[in-house]
Design a protein around this ligand. Sequence first.
Ligand SMILES: *[C@@H]1O[C@H](CO)[C@@H](O)[C@H](O)[C@H]1NC(C)=O
Ligand SMILES: *[C@@H]1O[C@H](CO)[C@@H](O)[C@H](O)[C@H]1NC(C)=O
Ligand SMILES: *[C@@H]1O[C@H](CO)[C@@H](O)[C@H](O)[C@H]1NC(C)=O
Ligand SMILES: *[C@@H]1O[C@H](CO)[C@@H](O)[C@H](O)[C@H]1NC(C)=O
Ligand SMILES: *[C@@H]1O[C@H](CO)[C@@H](O)[C@H](O)[C@H]1NC(C)=O
Length: 480
Amino acid sequence: MSSMTGMALQKRLVVCAVAVSALLLVYILCVNLEGPLSLPVMPLSFSQVLRSDSQNSGEPLDRQINSDQRTHPPPASTRTVPHEHTRATHTPTLKTQTSTAAGHKPAENNVLDVSKSSSRSDAVDKAKTRTSTKGPTMQPRRPTQAPGPTEPPFIGDTYMSDNVPPQTDCPDGIRSRVAKTDFGGRFLKNIPVLQWANHTTREQHQRLSKYPGAHGWGGIDYKTLVETLSVLNSSANWRMLDDWKNRSNGSECIRCAVVGNGGILKDSKKGKEIDGHDYVFRTNGAIIKGFEQDVGSRTTHYTFSTNTLMNSMRSYAGAGYKGPPLSEETRYIFLPDHDRDYLLMKAAATHTPVERGNERGKDPSKYFGKDVSARKLKMYHPDFIRYLRNRFLRSKALKTKYKDIYRPSTGATMLLAALHTCDQVSAYGFMTPDYKNYSDHYYDRSYHSVGFFINHDLRMEMTLWQQLHQAGLIQLYMHK
Ligand SMILES: *[C@@H]1O[C@H](CO)[C@@H](O)[C@H](O)[C@H]1NC(C)=O
Ligand SMILES: *[C@@H]1O[C@H](CO)[C@@H](O)[C@H](O)[C@H]1NC(C)=O
Ligand SMILES: *[C@@H]1O[C@H](CO)[C@@H](O)[C@H](O)[C@H]1NC(C)=O
Ligand SMILES: *[C@@H]1O[C@H](CO)[C@@H](O)[C@H](O)[C@H]1NC(C)=O
Ligand SMILES: *[C@@H]1O[C@H](CO)[C@@H](O)[C@H](O)[C@H]1NC(C)=O
């Protein structure tokens, strides 16, 4: 009897094993069939895909990348320029969207509760007035869907939803217009743009540790995170435009100027116009002194990473760059891609020397002035950077060995952050299709062609600016 049941069990096991193998085989076949479909559509060469530059942001790289991995574009005359307009429409390859016309509409079900949260935010948009002082309500979400075979786990197209109430009820602000454009499908109104003390939980740490660099908290231990982010504990830290109430002066809409460092600004005489906005965003080697007529003089938001700041201070000292702009109204927004950003931020907030790492012992007031305080510091949320990369700047670099160092440029992050927080955005000094007519930066003493690096995709960014301009979501200065 017992041997009979034993044999039956064995038979059942064999049947099971066969069934599992069959399923596996079917799965492997499916994966292989999907493979070719997800191959790049545009016939771009490797170097083109990896080219990116420092123009908009004045963003020098680590020396190592500079010397070892800088790609050398062919002479201008032999360069083939990709079809800018078709290109980006083919870039994001999310798995369930192959039938959508636009191609860049992310599949809604790849994002947790997006439909729910966006309809909720619509209700919130209408209900709130600009005098709202309510804090954000967080809805951390857990992935409910495993990434498909065309979506490697490092992409992580699922984000926390952070319901920061809008500060205005601007009737034709970006938030209300975006849904009617091609960007409606990928724009998340409740993406956390900034991270702050309340985001540091064990659960979030576990979720974000999967993503390295600017895209997560990979490599940053929980203790460091809590010790550093805990200083960002006020509404000025989670609100990008934290002093709007003091400035609004009856105006219904928030107008932002976002100023890149591109050579197109030289002799533009745009200074007055730029300074006339409610907020003025700048980044990296933004040299103001001597260039006020062309670029303005105010800075309300200065975006940088510790690495790009140190590089700017080294590379552009000769052109007159001495460090971040200092003024009563200036806020400093870290783009954290390393624990050195967290450490420098904490040192600045607490007026203490940096405790360890590359900047060990440095006095943060050297960069941010004596009056810096936690109120003036902000830090981009890694979900925001990953979301920008995945949904707005999904470069083909992500299919190469450079996928870990590729990210939106600092300038692109700044412009897209303004797009997610302001009602109207004017962009100046960003790369345009005729970029060869201008020097890399507005402060270059002689013509320097735009530098391309592998960790950004400035061509793709340039295309995105054109598309956002055509969609009426930004006003891009094009010198015409
Ligand atoms: C942030 O956390 C603190 C302490 O846990 C809590 O008192 C506060 O209400 C939270 N603020 C928001 C806006 O969630
Ligand atoms: C914020 O942190 C500072 C110390 O960094 C502390 O003195 C202050 O009480 C905290 N504020 C809140 C609202 O928790
Ligand atoms: C707003 O203005 C008041 C009075 O001038 C000042 O005390 C307060 O700090 C300002 N708030 C912000 C967020 O700048
Ligand atoms: C506020 O608005 C009034 C009228 O619109 C204007 O005269 C005044 O100059 C404004 N004040 C500031 C500080 O912008
Ligand atoms: C840019 O340069 C090209 C020739 O190099 C010229 O044809 C074109 O008109 C220039 N565009 C602008 C805006 O100056």
